[in-house]
Design a protein around this ligand. Structure first.
Ligand SMILES: [Zn+2]
Ligand SMILES: [Zn+2]
Length: 190
């Protein structure tokens, strides 16, 4: 069962409509709680509005950032740690190497136990010895570093194991090295 977009007047399936804003959430008015304008028309309208008010949008963005530096930092950090952010980071470093769709990657990521595949450090402890951006999360390691990022070729690894392994150690060798690294983080203090 579809609905007719009030803008382009085309009949489209319900998935092609965004969830309605608060105003339309009243179930008596809007049974399926979907916008009356299709996604395509909504995005076109938003983009047009943005283009017509670029300067205002830009100023608004800058002001907000100035007023909320901590909040912005938190948002960025949260994004960086989210599967979406991690995926984007992979793409940024080389699109051709990524043979996974974003949705498949997110599904994969969400079911992974959050431990380093090699040394077993839990994600909430990687801050102990990983530096920079890697101190907050596990990284995506390619088992075969010459291969692509594909479901069969990736594991979660801490920044240290990922760095140590590079293209020197095989998976089996790295599992051995990981045992020594494990002793290291287990005996490290904060
Ligand atoms: Zn439309
Ligand atoms: Zn590790």
């Amino acid at each position: 069962m579809g609905r007719i977009c009030s803008k382009c007047k085309k009949e489209k399936s319900l998935e092609e409509f965004f969830k309605a804003s608060m105003v339309f959430k009243n179930p008596r008015i809007n049974k399926d709680r979907k916008s009356t304008i299709c996604k395509k028309c909504t995005l076109e309208r938003t983009n047009l509005n943005r283009l017509n008010n670029l300067e205002r949008y830009r100023k608004y963005g800058i002001n907000w950032t100035k007023k909320n530096p901590e909040r912005r930092k938190a948002i960025r950090q949260k994004y960086f740690r989210s599967p979406k952010g991690i995926y984007r980071n992979l793409i940024k470093r080389g699109k051709d190497h990524v043979l996974i769709l974003q949705s498949d990657f997110i599904n994969w990521y969400n079911v992974q136990p959050k431990y380093c595949f090699y040394c077993g450090i839990p994600e909430n402890m990687v801050y102990k010895f990983a530096k920079g951006n890697m101190r907050n999360r596990l990284t995506i390691d390619r088992i075969n570093p010459k291969g692509s990022y594909s479901i069969n070729n990736i594991v979660l690894a801490c920044g240290v194991c990922n760095f140590v392994k590079s293209d020197i150690f095989t998976k089996e060798e790295m599992l051995e090295v990981g045992k020594i690294i494990k002793i290291k983080w287990e005996t490290l203090h904060d």
